[in-house]
Design a protein around this ligand. Structure first.
Ligand SMILES: CCCCCCCCCCCCCC(=O)SCCNC(=O)CCNC(=O)[C@H](O)C(C)(C)COP(=O)(O)OP(=O)(O)OC[C@H]1O[C@@H](n2cnc3c(N)ncnc32)[C@H](O)[C@@H]1OP(=O)(O)O
Length: 172
């Protein structure tokens, strides 16, 4: 079932303190993407800005597209894990995933002059690994990219606001 815009609960709003460049609602300089469930699929609609262009000013930059797909895929893995446990994103014990692998096929140029849409569906899942396949559309409905995002469940150190590497250094 489709949620109206007013009814939507965005995954990222439950990830308190997330400063990720693509999906951190607490990163003022980031993309601040928003993702929500539409039945079994997760959806992200994003309005690119003129500075998100490739060399042609009317074409969207491939790295920005990849960042949207990456973060939408990882946030979908996190939201799926909460949903499996019957919890809202961010409620109770925290669940974190990170990107292990990202593949993007750029099939057609993406128009920058309107909102782009990423639609993701779960294709593989184990306790630690979650794979989402993502279709990416320009505002005129053209499928411009298809992608896959493999997310791996990671420990809570990834959410330490003071940084991750001190935990890695102390473990090695
Ligand atoms: C305060 C709040 C903060 C909020 C923060 C949260 C924001 C969230 C949003 C952030 C969004 C932004 C996202 C970002 O930007 S996250 C930033 C970009 N990503 C990274 O920096 C990740 C770096 N990589 C790692 O840390 C490790 O390699 C990870 C954790 C990914 C795996 O660790 P590890 O290597 O120890 O894993 P394992 O040995 O237990 O293997 C487990 C299974 O996984 C399979 N496998 C592993 N790698 C790959 C691969 N590349 N392709 C295919 N498969 C792979 C492996 O074969 C095995 O399979 P199986 O044998 O079980 O079948």
């Amino acid at each position: 079932m489709s949620q109206s815009e007013l009814e939507r609960t965005y995954f990222q709003d439950g990830l308190h303190g997330n400063h990720c460049y693509g999906c951190g609602a607490w990163n003022d300089k980031g993309l601040q993407i928003k993702s929500f469930w539409d039945g079994d699929e997760s959806v992200c609609i994003y309005q690119p800005k003129p500075h998100h262009s490739a060399m042609p000013p009317d074409v969207m930059n491939g790295g920005t597209i990849a960042a949207i797909i990456d973060c939408h895929g990882v946030c979908s893995a996190i939201a799926d894990a909460y949903r499996t446990e019957g919890r809202e994103v961010g409620d109770g014990e925290k669940i974190w995933y990170a990107t292990a692998s990202l593949t993007v096929n750029y099939r057609k140029p993406t128009r920058i002059d309107g909102p782009v849409t990423a639609r993701a569906r779960l294709t593989e899942k184990t306790d630690k690994k979650t794979m989402f396949e993502v279709d990416f559309f320009s505002h005129d409905g053209v499928l411009t990219c298809d992608a896959s995002v493999l997310s791996l469940r990671v420990p809570s150190e990834w959410a330490d606001p003071t940084g991750l590497f001190k935990h890695i250094d102390s473990n090695s």
